[in-house]
Design a protein around this ligand. Structure first.
Ligand code: P6P
Length: 325
């Protein structure tokens, strides 16, 4: 009675992006270019997933290895013009002579975010955002120093007990799980939506002495709720952004990485950490702010610029913003 026949209609990431792309009638997806680009990103994540079980000293170099795998795969896709990596001081401009030629997408990424946690077996991940080059551009810095709202896609791949990819192309958020048997990401979490309010907050309270008054007052309000009979929020903090954001997408709540006396713009990078996670959060029904402005409306002045990050369930983020007024 509990036997269920094997699925004969397996929806792979590539197939799903293609059908989503045609549904959205987006030139970039309909032409298949975005699909090919995402397929090459998928391959790098499968490669990285295969490597994250190495222990010891080599592990630390995994972020360098992941970076090289990603840069080579993205260049070879023939669909990119500009690459920005957390591991590279300067942006990479893909030349015409590149194998497969230059494409029309700019990919900004952190190849292995949270890599300092690897030896502890904590989930880590690849975070990426994708812009189309500006009209007529062959790929310059101006194509990536743009508000996050101009991204056409964003996602992350989390490596842990399984490899999970979460992706948005501006039409909701979908989650995929790597099926090692066939080496493909399979749709397992269609149309992920956050609740308007959660019961979990996520921040490194070890930095409390550096936090500003609004942040401290907000945290106080959820730890010592004034309302009669109200319960305090639960604290969950992994210290790996991909893992903290993934938990939040599935369970709702609020993630905070504030600026402070120890970090005037916070620690997280605007282009390839804050923007992709803000895009995903908004597409899942949540909000993402630096305290006073929408993160996706910010414009980076440099490719490694940092910004404070508060993102998650709509009502929780709105409650936080009241303290900044
Ligand atoms: P802290 C990992 O080093 C990282 O870049 C993010 O993945 C994570 O959210 C943050 O830093 C953790 O920083 O200061 O709390 O250890």
């Amino acid at each position: 009675e509990d036997y269920s026949p094997p699925s004969t209609d397996i929806i792979t990431l590539t197939r799903h992006v293609l059908t989503e792309g045609f549904k959205q009638r987006k030139e970039s997806a309909a032409s298949g270019d975005l699909t090919i680009l995402l397929a090459s990103l998928q391959t790098t994540c499968i490669g990285a997933a295969g490597n994250t079980n190495v222990q010891g000293e080599d592990q630390k170099k995994l972020d360098v290895l992941s970076n090289e795998i990603m840069i080579n795969a993205l260049k070879a896709s023939g669909k990119t013009a500009v690459l920005v990596s957390e591991e590279n001081d300067e942006a990479i401009f893909v030349g015409e002579k590149q194998e497969g030629g230059r494409g029309k997408y700019c990919v900004v990424f952190d190849p292995l975010d949270g890599s300092s946690n690897i030896d502890a077996g904590v989930n880590i991940g690849t975070i990426f955002g994708i812009y189309l080059v500006k009209e007529g551009s062959k790929g310059t810095l101006e194509d990536v120093l743009r508000p996050g709202r101009e991204m056409v896609a964003a996602g992350y791949c989390m490596y842990g007990s399984s490899a999970n990819m979460v992706l948005t192309t501006g039409n909701g958020v979908n989650g995929y799980t790597l099926d090692n048997q066939i080496g493909e990401f399979i749709l397992t979490h269609p149309n992920i939506r956050m609740k308007n309010r959660g019961k979990i907050y996520s921040c490194n309270e070890g930095n409390s002495m550096y936090y500003s008054e609004p942040v401290l007052k907000y945290l106080d309000s959820i730890k010592y709720p004034k309302k009669e009979g109200a319960k305090p929020y639960a604290a969950r903090y992994i210290g790996s952004m991909v893992a903290d954001v993934h938990r939040q997408l599935l369970y709702s709540g609020i993630f905070l990485y504030p600026s402070g006396a120890n970090a005037k713009d916070g620690k997280l990078r605007m282009l390839y950490e804050a923007f992709p996670m803000a895009f995903i959060t908004e597409q899942a029904g949540g909000l993402a702010t630096n305290g006073t402005e929408r993160i996706l409306d910010l414009t980076p002045k440099s490719i490694h610029q940092r910004c404070p990050v508060f993102l998650g369930s709509k009502d929780d983020v709105e409650d936080l913003m009241k303290f900044f007024k």
